[in-house]
Design a protein around this ligand. Structure first.
Ligand code: KG4
Ligand code: ZN
Length: 336
């Protein structure tokens, strides 16, 4: 079964065709990173407008190598995400489902990230499956008993881990998106600054807001300025060494937090497969930390770690076995 996936939940306009949940026949992603780099983060109205400008061309380019005659169904991300962004992709998908008379599936973006792991692979998913989804919008530990039955063991109470990378990058005067730029700075630094790991009632929940504030306080202390100094003024007052050490210390603590919780959940639930997915899964430091304990843990290929539509089409393939298709005239969006 060939499914056309459409993804516009945040700042990537994407469409892809995936055969039987794993074989990628086409994959088009237009990123808005350059636009959002200028403002240091995603402005929702700007994201929605950019999706409108890109969506037709992106869908046409993804459909072209396969053709409508060989597309069996359409899948679109309907939750969670930025409401204006979700509206653009879902309206496009609904229109296409109606005009081409195809079945439509409404897909959860966080679950979709998990299905990026086996794109282009032969092996099947093994259950119980423990997934850590780490991105700019989400940090979730999910235990899947089957494609149908799953439970969210924990999630972030405040900032997502990728968001913390982005905010720390801002404090250190590093470019958006923060993940890759903090990773690069961290390579030149030493993890010498002690930062806290939040203790939460649910051991599988996450909290990164305190860690981000601890980086801010440490930066203010190193710069020798007061607590009322705005974060935007700090980078100019820090030496290169101080910045790279802060980046290394933050990255080490964030990754230690993720690895600890994954480990705790694995000890309790004895998964047959572990998947780490989402934009932050492209972190080499995270890969190394996870592989130390779980050498067989699966990470998506880099192009499928960040937002894409192939993962949406892949999840829809498995979901089509047990989910009722969406009514293209009545699709509910659930934003963040
Ligand atoms: O999955 P994604 O493309 O979008 C969302 O669904 O949010 O993830 C983007 C996030 C950004 O916060 C970015 O800073 C982070 O992934 N990221 C990284 C790395 N590459 C991207 N975080 C840490 N290390 C990286 N190498
Ligand atoms: Zn995502």
């Amino acid at each position: 079964m060939n499914i056309l996936g459409i993804e516009t939940s945040c700042d990537e306009t994407a469409a892809a065709i995936v055969k039987d949940g794993r074989e990628v026949l086409s994959n088009v992603v237009v990123s808005q990173i350059d636009i959002h780099a200028a403002t240091g983060g995603v402005i929702p109205e700007v994201a929605a407008r950019s999706h409108i400008e890109a969506i037709n061309a992106v869908v046409n380019q993804a459909v072209e190598p396969v053709g409508w005659a060989d597309i069996d169904a359409i899948a679109v991300t309907t939750h969670p995400g930025l409401i204006g962004s979700l509206m653009v992709g879902s309206l496009a998908a609904r229109t296409l489902a109606i005009t081409h008379d195809r079945t439509l599936y409404a897909i959860d973006h966080i679950l979709a990230h998990i299905y990026a792991a086996q794109l282009g692979q032969q092996d099947d998913y093994e259950f119980p499956l423990l997934a850590l989804v780490v991105s700019g919008g989400h940090t979730s530990l999910i235990l899947m008993h089957s494609h149908k039955n799953y439970e969210v063991l924990g999630q972030t109470r405040d900032d997502a881990v990728g968001e913390a990378f982005d905010k720390v990058a801002k404090i250190l005067g590093l470019p958006y998106p923060g993940g890759p730029s903090v990773a690069e700075a961290a390579r030149a630094g030493q993890s010498t600054i002690s930062l806290p790991i939040a203790k939460l009632e649910n051991p599988y929940d996450f909290s990164f807001s305190g860690l981000k504030t601890a980086v801010l306080r440490a930066a203010q202390k190193l710069a020798g300025v007061g607590l009322d100094t705005p974060s935007a003024d700090l980078a100019a007052k820090l030496t290169e060494q101080q910045k790279t050490d802060l980046a290394a210390s933050f990255q080490a603590t964030a990754i230690e937090t993720l690895a600890q919780k994954l480990h705790k959940a694995a000890e309790k639930y004895h998964p047959k497969q572990i998947i780490v997915a989402g934009g932050v899964a492209s972190s080499e430091a995270l890969r190394a930390a996870v592989h130390q304990t779980f050498p067989n843990a699966t990470f998506p290929a880099p192009e499928f770690s960040t937002d894409n539509a192939a993962m949406v089409a892949a999840r829809a393939y498995y979901e089509s076995e047990f989910t009722k298709p969406a009514d293209p005239y009545d699709v509910t969006l659930t934003p963040n």
